[in-house]
Design a protein around this ligand. Structure first.
Ligand code: G6P
Length: 614
């Protein structure tokens, strides 16, 4: 949540910062702001409500000169989205500017104290206390900004990623992190700050991922200095960025979401590459091989996740239990972390997270750590916090996902879970060789089958205008298609703002059936494998109540097509891999309905891609 970008170097900062904000906008987009130390030494701050484009408009006739600056795009937590609450925030003497991502939990107490000492506040944010506290410490102890920052942060409780500039020290930029991600990019005589790599990748591939409680001091003409909160020096580990500029641009597509839907054949090939060996009928996941004994002796697996990743977890449960015969529990991270769950030291806790930064999932892992469980991460963003918090894991390799509604990251999570299940099954001997060979060979064919489904995109886009009237949708599926129904409903509500519910098809009789009338569109995932006859009966029940049926069926299906109002075919596959295919038309359906309704599909209202606050 919230995008942070900073620059200090020989170039003009403003264009770099604005471009960076555009790249970061998917993290939050209710207001934006920029602070620059202009060529004449003045500190200029410009802020607006709304998107980065508004800020750009505001800047068109302003002095945006200067080679050092910070900028922010906000997802509001404390205080409504308006100009006053937008970042950067200024200190009492108008010389220090600060931007922040995270939540300061003790801000009220700090604010009261600072107000009593004569400091003035202009916003409702928690952020403003950090910059005022820094100023207060500088004023009372007569110390420099560099000395005051660790002292101030030692008094702050909560999560933060911050970037600071000071009018009186135009050759210095400071960044710090605790609980919220922050990256420093190192170029030739220049430094970049980013809450992720997207604003940096265009300029340098050398980055330092700040660790918990670290402060980065960037001084013109000097090497990057990193310390902890006790001012102990730490040698920064410079890593090579593994993403390319191409991956974070739209590449001719109307929206990132559409691009990411279309990327899925390739992202799945990437996620399986080097791991799936159809020639040997094997899967090799180093995270499993290196920790074989842990997995073989595991009492059970607990998967913690949020949002779309939670849906992938549910599919993972079905796969692992069916193929590898290990009991799996799937937990919402936010519930798990607060309800004193039973965790044994021979449990394996798997965290699934696209961003690798979701605050609740990180907290769930930390809780599991205290109980002695083995921690395994399935994440997409390389170098993010969860992979660093876990004992082992595997990346999903879907590449940067910019659209707020997750698509390619989801299918890459599911394919990674399929690899995990197959790898565990091999180690445990729970499936025979012939079955394993068949499954491995089929998994290899999935990307081609997705390509085939994508060719029918036009049919789905033509259907979309019919449903702009709808205020509700129901999505039904059984077995492996039940989590797909949940995910399909989530996609639709996220980006079109039409209320949608996913349900296990048989549960419909226990409530949602009351909603069915001639207006209600019901999406039924009725692929041939699994409980086909049962779902046909469920469709009949909807039909006889005049519901409008949109079905996802297996190629060549006759029965379901006959009783549906609209149908989309997907190729046949093994039952456990059906979600990788049945999800695709649902992503496209949600996308096209949202487009027809004129929604901003990449940046839907109120949402953020990376939820770094609980
Ligand atoms: C947000 C995003 C979702 C995502 C969820 C979990 O709500 O908008 O797309 O599924 O967070 O995020 P994670 O990064 O942990 O997968």
């Amino acid at each position: 949540m919230c995008g942070i970008v900073g620059y200090m170097g020989p170039k003009e900062a403003a264009p770099i910062l604005i471009k960076g904000l555009h790249r970061l906008e998917y993290r939050g987009y209710d207001s934006a702001g920029i602070a620059l130390i202009n060529g004449n030494g003045k500190l200029s701050i410009y802020k607006t409500k709304g998107k980065v484009a508004n800020l750009e408009k505001l800047l068109s006739d302003k002095d945006v000169s200067g080679c050092v600056g910070i900028a922010h795009t906000r997802w509001a937590t404390h205080g409504e989205p308006n100009e006053a609450n937008a970042h950067p925030h200024l200190s009492e003497h108008n010389n220090i500017a600060l931007i922040h991502n995270g939540i300061i939990e003790n801000y009220k107490a700090l604010k009261e104290e600072l107000v009593s000492k004569g400091y003035h506040f202009y916003s409702d944010t928690d952020t403003e206390v950090i910059v005022q506290l820094i100023q207060y410490i500088m004023d009372t102890h007569k110390i420099s900004l560099t000395e005051a920052v660790p002292q101030a942060l030692a008094n702050v409780i909560g999560a933060y990623a911050i970037a600071i500039i000071d009018k009186d020290n135009p050759d210095v930029m400071i960044a710090a992190r605790k609980g919220s991600p922050l990256i420093v990019g190192i170029g030739k005589d220049e430094f970049f700050i980013g809450s992720d790599a997207t604003p940096i990748v265009e300029y340098t591939d050398k980055v330092v991922y700040l660790e918990e409680g670290q402060i980065a001091l960037m001084e013109r003409g000097k090497e990057l200095q990193v310390t902890d909160l006790n001012k102990i020096n730490i040698s920064p580990v410079v890593k090579k960025l593994e993403i390319s500029l191409e991956e974070i641009e739209k590449g001719g597509f109307a929206d990132f979401m559409l691009k990411e839907i279309y990327e899925q054949p390739q992202t799945l090939r990437n996620s399986m590459s080097g791991r799936l060996h159809p020639d040997l009928g094997e899967v090799r996941l180093s995270g499993i091989i290196d920790n074989k004994e842990k997995f073989l002796n595991a009492r059970r697996i607990i998967i913690c996740a949020c949002g779309t990743s939670w849906h992938a977890a549910l599919i993972g449960k079905y796969m692992i239990e069916e193929i590898a015969r290990i009991p799996v529990e799937v937990e919402y991270s936010s519930e798990f972390r607060y309800r004193n769950p039973v965790i044994y030291d021979d449990d394996i806790v798997i965290a699934i997270s696209q961003s690798g930064e979701t605050a609740d999932t990180l907290a769930a892992l930390k809780l599991a750590r205290t109980k002695g469980a083995f921690l395994f991460g399935i994440c997409n963003v390389v170098g993010s916090s969860i992979p660093r918090e876990t004992d082992s894991g595997c990346y999903t390799h879907a590449g940067p996902e910019i659209g707020v509604a997750s698509t390619k990251a989801f299918t890459a999570q599911v394919s990674t879970l399929a690899l995990l299940a197959l790898s565990l099954a091999k180690e445990k001997g729970t499936i025979d060789d012939a079955t394993r060979l068949r499954l491995v060979a089929e998994l290899q064919r999935i990307p081609d089958k997705i390509e085939k489904i994508l060719k029918h995109d036009r049919n789905i886009s033509m259907l979309a205008p019919i449903f702009t009237y709808a205020r509700n949708f129901i999505y039904l599926g059984r077995g492996y298609n039940y989590p797909v129904a949940l995910e399909g409903a989530l996609k639709l509500k996220e980006i079109s703002y039409i209320h949608a519910e996913g349900y296990p098809a048989a549960e419909m009789k226990h409530g949602p059936i009351a909603l069915i009338d001639e207006e209600l569109p019901v999406v039924v995932i009725a692929t041939r494998k699994g409980k086909y006859d049962k779902i046909v009966s469920n469709i009949q029940e909807i039909k006889s109540r005049k519901g409008k049926i949109i079905s996802i069926v297996t190629e060549g299906d006759v029965d379901v097509r006959k009783i549906s109002d609209w149908s989309f075919e997907i190729p046949d596959t093994e039952e456990c891999f059906v979600p990788l295919l049945s999800t695709i038309p649902l992503q496209l359906l949600a996308y096209h309905i949202a487009v027809v309704k004129g929604r901003n599909v990449d940046q839907p209202r109120n949402l953020a891609k990376s939820v770094t606050v609980e």
